[in-house]
Write a new protein. Structure first.
Length: 163
């Protein structure tokens, strides 16, 4: 989590650049701003979903299961979410208690369980998605189509550098 609310200003970074000539000040400004924006976006999603009674992890499980109607194993969910299987198992246990997901034997491996959305899970996702997507779209509402396309192009370039 990136919790630095008070990012260094250009003067501060230029001072570091003088002390450390190998420092690319403009690159550091961009990366720090991206990190701050990423954290702000996560916070926006979390706050909105919490008002809807959902954690970010539960929301991600709902979305992933909606996109994979045939079901997913816990290990597959963990991989897609970038968390451990233990974390997903804990989230799924709570969601099963709340009747948001169902488990059944995997027809390809009788030792494994497939997780799918229950009708309550589908209804919750249907209720939450419109407001969630409106909140996210609001972040870029001041950009026109060309600006959004350019931003996507630039973010793809930066993202490719991360692996």
């Amino acid at each position: 989590m990136f919790d630095l609310r008070d990012l260094p200003d250009a003067t501060t970074l230029e001072g570091f650049g003088k002390r450390f000539p190998e420092l690319d000040v403009s690159a550091l400004q961009v990366v720090l701003r991206l990190a701050r924006l990423g954290e702000d976006l996560v916070r926006l999603m979390q706050d909105g979903l919490m008002r809807d009674g959902l954690s970010l992890r539960r929301f991600f499980v709902l979305v992933l299961l909606a996109r994979n109607a045939e079901g997913l194993r816990a290990v597959g969910l963990a991989k897609k979410m970038g968390v451990t299987k233990a974390t997903v198992s804990e989230v799924l246990a709570g969601m099963a208690r709340d009747k948001l997901v169902l488990s059944s034997a995997d027809p390809e491996d009788s030792r494994a369980q497939l997780v799918t959305l229950s009708e309550q899970g589908k209804a919750l996702l249907d209720a939450v998605l419109p407001g969630h997507y409106q909140r996210l779209a609001g972040v870029v509402e001041g950009l026109d189509g060309d600006e959004r396309a350019e931003l996507l192009r630039l973010l793809a370039i930066v993202g490719n550098r991360l692996g």
